[in-house]
Design a protein around this ligand. Structure first.
Ligand SMILES: [Zn+2]
Length: 600
């Protein structure tokens, strides 16, 4: 089965889950309070003020009634620590003092193992570096880095920078000589493969190379930048078995030692390198994409405060807004750097020096000030009408602040700038807050209604169109997840139920994984599920199981009845499809007949 590349024997995984006390593991991240036989706390995966996150020691699971995150101790660690399935298992194993045998490190047939990718990347990084330091091959790239970008030799070496010459097979041939196969090179995104000839070729050509190094010191990916204005400016490794773009930050391997108080988030590799060279070693960057919520959680793990150092242009400021929101959601204090006289930190430091930059850094603005400035810049408050609009926008902005003290400070500050009375502004803000509160409550109750009808269900897209089918599928899957005897029966006898009987694709997928595991050599264990599903899907599976557990009747008749209903709904949705086709055909014929009549 695809992905069973867990490669860790099932007994060991079960042992790890058994020995990892879920309330203790989760309790080390979330403050839990006992509530009956369960524990409650504030959800670490969404922003909330009243606890809807629950840990169920009896079933060794957790579920958030607010955002739908859920699963077992493995999927909790996957979410919280940004790890993949195998890494999460290893993480828990280390905590529980269980060792995972090495010889099980064999890869799946189709997947290049992580370690092999690291070896390959290390060899490639050495090759790129040699090219950069080669007097002929690397002359232009070295001039670009050293003279144009003013990087010292120490910095170039510290970041392991390199150069990929403008040649389609130089790296490919070199790697072949070292024993790496085409499959491995393509899987690691060092090579592309020609559709026509099937020949592999160098992925990076005529680019300065930035190795991306994880916090354990492995080279997990590369970024390549052109030296002129050609496009694309940056080329990055796509996701590989060893690398997920959304889970890494450039230079975190260095920054992690200097980030307790604050970190800096930059737009590009060059900014980060320039900042490190100037002594600001807490700077990192995302890898050619906007910041993700996973990366926001990495920041939350390492630091209390993030200064966003994005470009002064519009794109940079829009990106800053998004970063501010995501970082705010994970509870990190956010500041925004405002640079005058330079477009980015790199240029600023070159023009005005590190000391001056340090001073501007100290003057970086809070999210509120940043937004207040934006409003003021867009309105001419000398004109009464414009001033009223600005005041309304500012009140709206302040109304989103949770803390009363903060609101009070902002109101004073804004009323001063705008020249309006603080009392008037305060009553405006409170009025907006009451209105938003009503809207939120209304939305919550309509969301609950929509949720029951699965409208806007992002995890299971097919559910809204097939409410009855989905209900039957969830009932059946709940039973299969909980009861071994039903699982065994379904796996043995496909006349009771088979994958084709499912209407929704998520339902089918869950069924296939359960039965696939049941029929596999290692057998079924709920601890193995997390490797096959996205985190959102795991939350849904947790809900399906929980909903089922809460019901009194779960005997074999119920099981058979659900199976029958799943089949019946599938047949109906199939015939509904053909019926719709038939009606459409008849309409078409009728239309043609009418036209024919007209013409004659
Ligand atoms: Zn939640």
């Amino acid at each position: 089965m695809e992905g069973t590349a867990a490669m860790i024997p099932r007994e060991i995984i079960d042992e790890i889950v058994y020995r990892s006390d879920i309330e203790q593991v989760i309790g080390s991240y979330v403050t839990l309070k006992r509530a009956g036989s369960n524990f409650n706390g504030l959800c670490p995966f969404h922003n909330e003020k009243t606890p809807s996150f629950t840990v169920f020691p009896a079933t060794k699971s957790f579920y958030c009634f607010g955002c739908g995150a859920g699963g077992d101790v493995i999927s909790f660690i996957m979410r919280e620590e940004n790890l993949d399935y195998r890494e999460a298992v290893e993480f828990l194993a280390a905590k529980a003092g269980i060792s995972i045998p090495e010889d099980n490190d064999l890869p799946d047939k189709n997947e290049v193992p992580r370690k092999r990718i690291y070896e390959m990347n290390l060899a490639a990084a050495k090759f790129f570096r040699e090219c950069l330091f080669d007097d002929t091959l690397g002359a232009e790239a070295m001039k670009y880095l050293h003279e144009d970008r003013k990087l010292s030799m120490t910095t170039i070496k510290r970041f392991g920078l390199g150069f990929s010459p403008n040649n389609a097979w130089l790296l490919t041939n070199h790697m072949h000589r070292l024993g790496f196969t085409d499959e491995e090179l393509v899987a690691g995104f060092l090579c592309g493969k020609s559709q026509k000839s099937g020949k592999t070729y160098d992925y990076y050509r005529n680019r300065v190379i930035f190795p991306i190094i994880d916090t354990s010191g492995n080279i997990v990916a590369f970024g390549g930048r052109v030296m002129d204005d050609s496009k694309p400016k940056y080329l990055n490794t796509s996701d590989t078995p060893a690398f997920k773009k959304s889970r890494h930050l450039f230079a975190l391997n260095f920054a992690k030692k200097h980030c307790e108080e604050q970190m800096m988030l930059c737009e590009g590799y060059m900014d980060v390198i320039a900042l490190h060279a100037a002594g600001f070693e807490n700077a990192v960057a995302t890898l050619g994409t906007a910041i993700t919520s996973e990366q926001a959680r990495i920041f939350a793990k390492y630091t209390k405060k993030v200064i966003i150092c994005y470009d002064a242009d519009n794109a940079g400021q829009t990106a800053a807004n998004k970063a501010m929101k995501l970082l705010g959601e994970v509870g990190v204090e956010v500041r925004i750097l405002k640079l005058a006289g330079a477009k980015d930190p790199d240029e600023y430091i070159k023009k005005f020096g590190a000391d001056s930059f340090k001073k501007v850094l100290g003057e970086s603005k809070t999210g509120f000030e940043f937004k207040l400035d934006k409003i003021l810049a867009s309105r001419d408050i000398q004109i009464a009408e414009e001033k009223i609009k600005a005041a309304a926008e500012v009140s709206e902005l302040i109304s989103d602040t949770y803390s009363v003290v903060e609101r009070d400070i902002y109101i004073r500050r804004a009323s001063e700038v705008l020249g309006v009375s603080p009392d008037a502004m305060k009553s405006d803000v409170e009025r907006i807050r009451r209105k938003k509160d009503r809207e939120r409550k209304n939305k919550e109750s309509s969301d609950a209604l929509l949720g029951a009808k699965h409208i806007g269900d992002r995890v299971n897209n097919d559910a809204a169109k097939n409410i009855r089918a989905n209900a039957a599928e969830e009932g059946l899957l709940g039973l299969l997840l909980i009861f071994e005897e039903y699982r065994k029966e379904a796996a043995r006898d496909s006349s009771i139920i088979s994958a084709e009987d499912f209407t929704t694709s998520l339902g089918r997928k869950i069924f296939e994984v359960i039965i696939g595991l049941e029929n596999s050599e290692q057998g079924y264990s709920s601890a193995l599920l997390s490797q096959f599903f996205t985190l959102d899907e795991l939350g849904r599976i947790q809900k399906i199981e929980r909903d089922r557990r809460n019901l009194a009747r779960n005997d074999r008749d119920v099981f058979l009845e659900f199976a029958e209903n799943v089949k019946k709904e599938k047949l109906q949705s199939a015939s509904a499809g053909s019926l719709a086709d038939e009606i459409a055909k008849k309409r078409e014929l009728l239309k043609k007949a009418k036209e024919k009549n007209k013409n004659t």
